[in-house]
Design a protein around this ligand. Structure first.
Ligand SMILES: Nc1nc2c(ncn2[C@@H]2O[C@H](COP(=O)(O)OP(=O)(O)O)[C@@H](O)[C@H]2O)c(=O)[nH]1
Ligand SMILES: [Mg+2]
Length: 372
């Protein structure tokens, strides 16, 4: 079954996450035996996918309009068509090298399958995008959480990308999963940063370990990791200041924090999550490269995907940096930080196109009926 048919079977075009039963309701239903585990998992997948679809609305609308225009301008698959397609993809922040890889493979595929009408290439474009995304499969996609014992997550990134907000959302997520969470206010540099984290901590019910503004972030980490260890906390999430202007300083600061943490938990930090703002496009890629030079980044939190029409940046990050996107920010609500899911992402980008092909199929079937 092609990817379009698979999606059409699974998801309804008019549905949103709000149409589905709530998490509380569904957990109750499961406990009461009203639904099976399979049904629960299916609901979970549906909910995630519709959240991606809502968060990717801007990107989807732009992509859809441009692809439609492309298909009506170029009906035959030829070099002009591929060049125009390349332009659209680069405009969607897919990333230069990834775009070339994608269109090269599309050229071959078109030849191989003898596809001459651009309309017939739509599904292959989507399939190739999924394939390219899944290519570096050895990269661990899920967050490393210790079975028992403390997990330390360090959150890094420049000012304003959404670190503190994402920490609040992450804390909320892990609390909901029944874990105890503590936050460390390691951004002692920026005025108001400590209080901002405190507000999130209060909101989600997580203790915040803090010191005065201007104090040594490594000292805050030392306090926090000791407190977390003593209280038997499951997850400690550490906020940091992202001063990329001075790489040497940043490297020293992060290095010192890590050293202090490792004195208490030798295998920590279990994750170093680099937060990037999707609306900054190529600049986000440059930031990621700089951070890779100063510390071992284990995953990306890509925020504000809801605020950009250039959602292709996910592909560029994975393919051109070799760092997995572990979380995406799809809005400003507490539950708008989602674990990255390639299928939901692709559906979110192409839902209209996928269901549009449904309408075309129906119209074609009707035409055949009339002929009979
Ligand atoms: N629309 C949207 N806004 C976000 C998202 N994540 C963060 N923000 C906003 O980005 C701004 C900066 O966030 P903040 O957490 O203070 O960034 P920090 O300086 O890296 O800690 C805030 O106004 C957040 O509400 C997201 O996924 N979607
Ligand atoms: Mg902050």
């Amino acid at each position: 079954m092609g990817i379009f048919d698979r999606f059409k079977k699974k998801f309804k075009p008019e549905k949103t996450a709000e149409d589905l039963p709530s998490a509380e309701q569904q957990s109750e239903n499961l406990d009461d035996g009203l639904i099976s585990i399979d049904e629960f998992e299916q609901w979970e997948q549906e909910q995630i996918t519709y959240k991606f679809k809502a968060g990717l609305e801007k990107s989807r609308e732009k992509f859809q309009a441009e692809i439609n225009q492309l298909m009506s301008m170029y009906r035959k698959v030829d070099e002009d068509f591929f060049e125009a397609l390349e332009e659209i993809l680069i405009g969607a922040d897919v990333g230069f090298n990834t775009v070339l890889e994608l269109t090269d493979e599309l050229r071959q595929e078109a030849k191989l399958k003898n596809i001459t009408e651009t309309e017939d290439l739509k599904e292959t474009i989507v399939e190739k995008m999924v394939e390219i995304y899944n290519r570096n499969d050895e990269l661990p996609e899920s967050v490393h959480i210790e079975e028992d014992g403390l997990t330390v997550i360090l959150v890094v990134g420049v000012n304003g990308v959404g670190k503190t907000t994402s920490i609040g959302k992450l804390a909320h997520k892990y609390k909901n999963e029944g874990k105890s969470v503590m936050l460390a206010a390691g951004d002692t540099f920026r005025a108001g940063a400590i209080n901002q984290l405190q507000i999130w901590g209060d909101r989600v019910g997580a203790d915040v370990i803090r010191q005065a503004e201007g104090s040594d972030p490594a000292a805050v980490m030392y306090d926090a990791v000791n407190a977390a260890k003593k209280r038997g906390t499951d997850i400690l999430i550490c906020d940091t200041a992202g001063r990329l202007q001075n790489k040497g300083n940043l490297m020293n600061e992060l290095g010192k924090m890590k050293k202090v943490i490792q004195k208490v938990v030798p295998e920590a930090p279990h994750e170093v999550l680099l937060t990037l703002d999707a609306t900054t496009g190529q600049n986000a890629l440059i930031q990621a490269k700089s951070f890779q030079e100063v510390t071992d980044v284990t995953g990306i939190v890509l925020t504000k995907l809801d605020g950009t029409a250039k959602g292709g940046i996910v592909l560029a990050i994975k393919n051109e940096l070799g760092i997995p996107v572990k979380f995406v920010g799809l809005g400003e609500q507490l539950d708008d930080l989602q674990e990255f899911d390639a299928e939901s992402y692709v559906y979110g980008l192409f839902a209209d196109m996928i269901h549009q092909s449904d309408e075309l199929d129906d119209a074609a079937a009707e035409a055949v009926d009339k002929d009979d």
